[in-house]
Ligand binder design. Structure first.
Ligand SMILES: [Zn+2]
Length: 202
Protein backbone atom coordinates (compact mmCIF):
# COMPACT_ATOMS: atom_id res chain seq x y z
CA UNK A 1 0.00 0.00 0.00
CA UNK A 2 1.03 3.53 -0.69
CA UNK A 3 0.49 4.54 2.91
CA UNK A 4 3.10 2.00 4.01
CA UNK A 5 5.72 3.34 1.62
CA UNK A 6 5.19 6.89 2.82
CA UNK A 7 5.01 6.05 6.48
CA UNK A 8 7.61 3.37 7.11
CA UNK A 9 7.69 1.67 10.49
CA UNK A 10 9.41 3.89 13.03
CA UNK A 11 11.88 1.27 14.29
CA UNK A 12 13.38 0.27 10.99
CA UNK A 13 13.96 3.89 9.83
CA UNK A 14 14.78 5.83 12.99
CA UNK A 15 18.54 5.71 12.42
CA UNK A 16 18.65 6.99 8.82
CA UNK A 17 16.19 9.81 9.76
CA UNK A 18 18.43 10.84 12.65
CA UNK A 19 21.51 10.75 10.43
CA UNK A 20 19.72 12.72 7.73
CA UNK A 21 18.84 15.38 10.34
CA UNK A 22 22.42 15.58 11.54
CA UNK A 23 23.60 15.86 7.96
CA UNK A 24 21.07 18.59 7.16
CA UNK A 25 22.09 20.61 10.25
CA UNK A 26 25.72 20.18 9.23
CA UNK A 27 24.99 21.46 5.69
CA UNK A 28 23.08 24.45 7.04
CA UNK A 29 25.91 25.30 9.40
CA UNK A 30 28.42 25.04 6.56
CA UNK A 31 26.35 27.34 4.30
CA UNK A 32 25.96 29.84 7.15
CA UNK A 33 29.71 29.82 7.80
CA UNK A 34 30.38 30.35 4.09
CA UNK A 35 27.96 33.30 3.97
CA UNK A 36 29.54 34.79 7.08
CA UNK A 37 32.97 34.41 5.49
CA UNK A 38 31.80 36.10 2.25
CA UNK A 39 30.14 38.99 4.14
CA UNK A 40 33.21 39.40 6.28
CA UNK A 41 35.36 39.76 3.13
CA UNK A 42 32.87 42.05 1.33
CA UNK A 43 31.66 44.31 4.12
CA UNK A 44 34.77 46.37 4.84
CA UNK A 45 34.72 47.73 1.27
CA UNK A 46 31.06 48.82 1.29
CA UNK A 47 30.41 49.37 4.97
CA UNK A 48 31.75 52.94 5.13
CA UNK A 49 29.39 54.27 2.44
CA UNK A 50 26.50 52.11 3.56
CA UNK A 51 26.87 53.19 7.17
CA UNK A 52 26.90 56.91 6.40
CA UNK A 53 23.98 56.51 3.96
CA UNK A 54 21.93 54.59 6.50
CA UNK A 55 22.86 57.12 9.21
CA UNK A 56 21.80 60.05 7.01
CA UNK A 57 18.47 58.41 6.15
CA UNK A 58 17.89 57.60 9.81
CA UNK A 59 18.62 61.19 10.83
CA UNK A 60 16.24 62.53 8.17
CA UNK A 61 13.45 60.21 9.29
CA UNK A 62 13.91 61.00 12.97
CA UNK A 63 13.97 64.76 12.17
CA UNK A 64 10.67 64.53 10.31
CA UNK A 65 9.08 62.72 13.26
CA UNK A 66 10.07 65.49 15.69
CA UNK A 67 7.75 68.33 16.71
CA UNK A 68 7.63 71.58 14.78
CA UNK A 69 8.92 74.59 16.74
CA UNK A 70 6.46 76.00 19.28
CA UNK A 71 6.27 79.39 21.01
CA UNK A 72 9.48 80.45 22.78
CA UNK A 73 11.05 77.08 22.01
CA UNK A 74 13.97 78.11 19.81
CA UNK A 75 17.19 79.68 21.07
CA UNK A 76 17.97 82.82 19.09
CA UNK A 77 20.61 82.60 16.36
CA UNK A 78 22.24 85.57 18.16
CA UNK A 79 21.30 84.86 21.81
CA UNK A 80 22.79 88.08 23.23
CA UNK A 81 21.01 90.42 20.82
CA UNK A 82 17.71 92.22 21.28
CA UNK A 83 14.89 90.86 19.11
CA UNK A 84 12.39 93.01 17.26
CA UNK A 85 9.34 91.67 15.45
CA UNK A 86 9.92 93.00 11.92
CA UNK A 87 7.86 90.24 10.28
CA UNK A 88 5.64 91.49 7.46
CA UNK A 89 7.32 94.91 7.13
CA UNK A 90 7.22 96.34 3.61
CA UNK A 91 10.12 95.53 1.32
CA UNK A 92 11.12 96.54 -2.23
CA UNK A 93 9.00 95.44 -5.21
CA UNK A 94 5.90 94.93 -3.10
CA UNK A 95 7.43 92.10 -1.08
CA UNK A 96 6.76 91.81 2.62
CA UNK A 97 9.42 90.81 5.13
CA UNK A 98 9.35 87.02 5.43
CA UNK A 99 11.48 86.81 8.55
CA UNK A 100 13.10 88.95 11.19
CA UNK A 101 16.40 90.86 11.18
CA UNK A 102 18.68 90.53 14.19
CA UNK A 103 21.45 93.10 14.34
CA UNK A 104 24.94 92.46 15.72
CA UNK A 105 28.55 93.42 15.10
CA UNK A 106 29.98 92.21 11.79
CA UNK A 107 31.50 88.77 12.25
CA UNK A 108 29.40 87.77 15.29
CA UNK A 109 28.95 83.98 15.17
CA UNK A 110 25.43 82.83 14.21
CA UNK A 111 24.13 79.74 16.01
CA UNK A 112 21.76 77.12 14.62
CA UNK A 113 18.37 77.46 16.35
CA UNK A 114 17.67 73.74 15.93
CA UNK A 115 19.39 70.52 15.12
CA UNK A 116 19.06 69.53 11.51
CA UNK A 117 20.55 68.77 8.15
CA UNK A 118 22.28 71.51 6.14
CA UNK A 119 20.58 71.77 2.75
CA UNK A 120 22.24 74.89 1.32
CA UNK A 121 25.45 76.80 1.87
CA UNK A 122 25.70 79.33 -0.95
CA UNK A 123 24.61 82.62 -2.48
CA UNK A 124 21.41 84.08 -3.85
CA UNK A 125 20.60 87.59 -5.11
CA UNK A 126 18.57 88.90 -2.18
CA UNK A 127 20.04 86.94 0.70
CA UNK A 128 23.67 87.10 -0.35
CA UNK A 129 25.55 84.38 1.48
CA UNK A 130 22.90 82.10 2.98
CA UNK A 131 22.58 78.88 4.92
CA UNK A 132 19.43 76.76 4.85
CA UNK A 133 18.87 73.99 7.38
CA UNK A 134 16.06 71.41 7.54
CA UNK A 135 15.06 71.02 11.19
CA UNK A 136 12.50 69.13 13.31
CA UNK A 137 9.18 68.48 11.61
CA UNK A 138 10.78 69.30 8.26
CA UNK A 139 10.74 73.07 8.96
CA UNK A 140 13.27 75.07 6.95
CA UNK A 141 15.53 77.55 8.74
CA UNK A 142 17.00 80.30 6.59
CA UNK A 143 19.94 82.49 7.64
CA UNK A 144 20.86 85.28 5.22
CA UNK A 145 23.25 88.24 4.64
CA UNK A 146 26.18 86.32 6.16
CA UNK A 147 29.68 87.76 6.10
CA UNK A 148 31.01 84.21 5.85
CA UNK A 149 30.03 80.60 6.44
CA UNK A 150 31.23 78.33 9.21
CA UNK A 151 32.91 75.12 8.08
CA UNK A 152 29.70 73.37 7.01
CA UNK A 153 28.52 71.74 3.78
CA UNK A 154 25.20 70.45 2.44
CA UNK A 155 24.10 67.17 4.09
CA UNK A 156 26.09 67.94 7.25
CA UNK A 157 24.30 67.34 10.52
CA UNK A 158 24.24 70.33 12.92
CA UNK A 159 23.19 70.50 16.54
CA UNK A 160 21.32 73.36 18.20
CA UNK A 161 23.83 76.11 19.00
CA UNK A 162 26.43 75.04 16.43
CA UNK A 163 27.99 78.01 14.63
CA UNK A 164 26.80 78.05 11.02
CA UNK A 165 28.15 81.42 9.86
CA UNK A 166 28.97 85.02 10.74
CA UNK A 167 26.93 88.24 10.69
CA UNK A 168 27.41 90.47 7.64
CA UNK A 169 25.57 92.57 5.06
CA UNK A 170 25.80 90.42 1.91
CA UNK A 171 23.08 90.36 -0.78
CA UNK A 172 20.53 93.19 -0.85
CA UNK A 173 21.58 94.21 2.67
CA UNK A 174 24.87 95.60 1.30
CA UNK A 175 25.72 98.84 3.09
CA UNK A 176 23.09 98.42 5.83
CA UNK A 177 24.03 97.72 9.46
CA UNK A 178 25.22 94.08 9.68
CA UNK A 179 22.46 91.66 10.68
CA UNK A 180 21.21 88.15 10.12
CA UNK A 181 17.90 87.73 8.35
CA UNK A 182 16.30 84.68 9.95
CA UNK A 183 13.32 82.98 8.32
CA UNK A 184 11.33 79.81 9.06
CA UNK A 185 9.43 77.89 6.40
CA UNK A 186 6.81 75.30 7.28
CA UNK A 187 5.29 73.26 4.45
CA UNK A 188 6.82 75.74 2.02
CA UNK A 189 5.25 78.86 3.60
CA UNK A 190 7.10 81.47 5.60
CA UNK A 191 5.99 81.78 9.23
CA UNK A 192 6.92 84.50 11.70
CA UNK A 193 9.97 83.33 13.67
CA UNK A 194 9.57 86.02 16.35
CA UNK A 195 7.00 84.24 18.59
CA UNK A 196 8.96 80.99 18.31
CA UNK A 197 12.26 82.48 19.49
CA UNK A 198 13.36 82.76 23.09
CA UNK A 199 13.92 86.42 24.01
CA UNK A 200 17.09 87.44 25.85
CA UNK A 201 16.71 88.24 29.58
CA UNK A 202 16.54 91.92 30.62
ZN1 LIG B 1 15.34 90.54 6.67
Amino acid sequence: MLADDNNPQPNSNSKPTFLRRVFSVFIKAAVLLMLLFIFDKLLPSISQQTQSFVMAKWQQLSLLQQELPTENSLPSPLPAQHLTDTWGAARSQGRSHEGIDIFAKRGTPIQATTQGIVSKVGENTLGGRVVFIIGPGGAGHYYAHLEDYADISPNDWVNTGDIIGYVGDSGNAKGTPPHVHYGIYINGSAVNPYPLLQKPES
